[in-house]
Write a protein that binds this ligand. Structure first.
Ligand code: ARG
Length: 483
């Protein structure tokens, strides 16, 4: 067997430095499971076309299975004692072992062919009949991205449920809502938390939507123009769980939209994670003092003994930058490429792996961190009750009494000014004081601007009135349980 998959027309050996530099095996070893599965699907298709006898197919499939298992076992991923995946062995260690074992492998496709030859001898050389690495890498990456999206969806559901549980536990506890980072109106803590659940629900739908759009099988597309064998492409598509074969071979071998979709959905999710992280970081400061950081998810300072730092949320905010960066890198990579396959596309793989790792890492800590958050409800209540956060409720009270809202706004603005001068909240002004500003004020104003009424006047779908929030939480829980 020649050392390269393509050495026939070459007379000179490759420059050593170039050869190492252009290899993708040091990172695309991660596509081992996908490459084995796609190869098995292709074997079924060429067997149906008569290239392999039924016995050869059985032999080939068993060989491919052994390649996958053997490689993983021998890289020590699977514990010899328990048979379970040993998480003490890092991905990097697994990869290093696999890569070191095959210095001659150019990429994962070459590697699997070499390994299969060890398993089934010359029969392995028939596997490449009618296929090209261009369709293989397009298929492997689709399978990888599909798997990463499935994991992300499960992780997001868990985090969304953790946020909903925290919201339910918060009950009717209040906090100030901010606009311009200035206190605006009181809201239920549960309402604030559900804002993030809404973002995650959109993220979930973006991933599900992208998954459905990309779930088509490139196998049978050949190098560019379609397989050189009359293959029944539905065989491979079905074997790999795809909806159907792709429609155009030039598109299928050069399309990376599914990677862009995944990257863009991930970067939007990253934006949401980062906003959440920013709020927690802010609210955990002594200046806000709204949240007690869980010690199990915080770190100290080697220099300042008093510190408890919000490293989790800071890192989460930072990691989102990688997601945005990867998305930009991928769009930039593809945008100038003529059809069809170009080797530039190899550069996209590491961005996708980094996105998948970054998301898996973020979503491995966020649910438990969320469960461990403690609100300083007394401080939150004081912050919600002071600073004239009931001014809009007061204006609404006047408008309910027939004062046009624009006038009511002006009157309550004057009342706020009066309160500021006296150093008291609106509730602490006397009725006589208020009546100097408008005869529409009555004794019932004090009920109308109480904290409870200030919340409950927002009695619309999606508003922070107590019963609306309870209904919204239950509805979100139900929607998510159906995913
Ligand atoms: N390692 C290559 C990649 O990731 C596989 C496809 C190579 N195809 C080719 N014609 N050189 O893109």
């Amino acid at each position: 067997q020649p050392v390269k998959m393509w050495s026939g027309r070459f007379r000179e050996p490759l420059d050593r430095t170039f050869e190492q530099w252009q290899r993708s095996f040091p990172f695309d070893w991660r596509l081992l499971a996908q490459e084995v599965a796609a190869s098995a699907a292709h074997a079924r298709a060429i067997a149906a076309a008569g290239v392999l006898t039924p016995e050869e197919l059985v032999h080939m499939l068993a060989g491919l299975t052994r390649v996958g298992e053997r490689v993983l076992n021998w890289s020590n991923r699977i514990s010899a004692t328990s048979g379970q995946i040993d998480y003490e062995v890092s991905d990097a260690q697994v990869g290093a072992a696999i890569v070191a074992s095959a210095p001659q492998a150019e990429d994962i496709h070459h590697f699997v062919e070499l390994e299969l030859t060890k398993e089934v001898g010359g029969l392995a050389l028939k596997l490449h009949t009618g296929r090209s690495r261009n369709e293989q890498i397009a298929t492997d990456m689709r399978l990888f991205v599909r798997g990463a999206m499935d994991l992300t969806i499960l992780d997001l559901i868990e985090w969304a449920n953790a946020l909903l549980t925290l919201a339910e536990q918060a009950g009717e506890a209040v906090m100030p809502g901010f606009t311009h980072l200035q206190r605006a109106e009181p809201v239920l803590i549960a309402h604030w938390l559900q804002a993030y659940v809404s973002m995650l629900e959109r993220d979930l739908s973006r991933f599900a939507d992208a998954r459905a759009r990309m779930n088509f099988c490139p196998l049978g597309s050949g190098a560019i123009a379609g397989a050189t064998l009359k293959l029944d492409r539905t065989i491979a598509a079905q074997a790999l769980g795809f909806t159907a074969p792709t429609a155009n071979s030039m598109d299928a071998t050069s399309d990376r939209d599914f990677m862009l979709d995944f990257a863009q959905a991930s970067s939007t999710l990253g934006v949401h994670i980062s906003r959440f992280a920013e709020e927690i970081t802010l609210y955990a400061t002594n200046e806000f003092a709204f949240i007690e950081l869980p010690e199990a998810f915080s770190t100290g300072s080697s220099a300042m003994p008093q510190k408890k730092n919000p490293d989790l949320t800071e890192l989460a905010r930072g990691k989102s930058a990688r997601l945005l960066g990867a998305s930009t890198a991928l769009s930039t990579l593809v945008k100038g490429l003529p059809l069809a396959y170009n080797k530039d596309l190899q550069e996209g793989q590491e961005q996708i792996f980094d996105i998948a790792d970054t998301l898996a890492g973020l979503l491995s800590v966020l649910p438990n961190f969320t469960r461990a958050l403690k609100f300083k409800t007394a401080n939150l209540r004081i912050a919600a009750e002071t600073g004239y956060l009931n001014a809009m409720a007061a204006a609404t009270y006047l408008s309910n009494k027939g004062v046009p809202f624009r006038k009511a706004h002006e009157i309550v603005g004057n009342a706020v000014r009066m309160g500021l001068e006296k150093g008291v909240e609106l509730n602490a002004l006397s009725l006589e004081d208020l009546r100097t500003l408008s005869a529409a004020f009555d004794a019932d104003v004090f009920d109308a601007i109480s904290l409870k009424a200030t919340l409950d006047c927002h009695d619309v779908t999606g508003g922070t009135a107590t019963h609306q929030v309870a209904t919204a939480l239950a509805a979100a829980r139900l929607r998510i349980s159906h995913l």
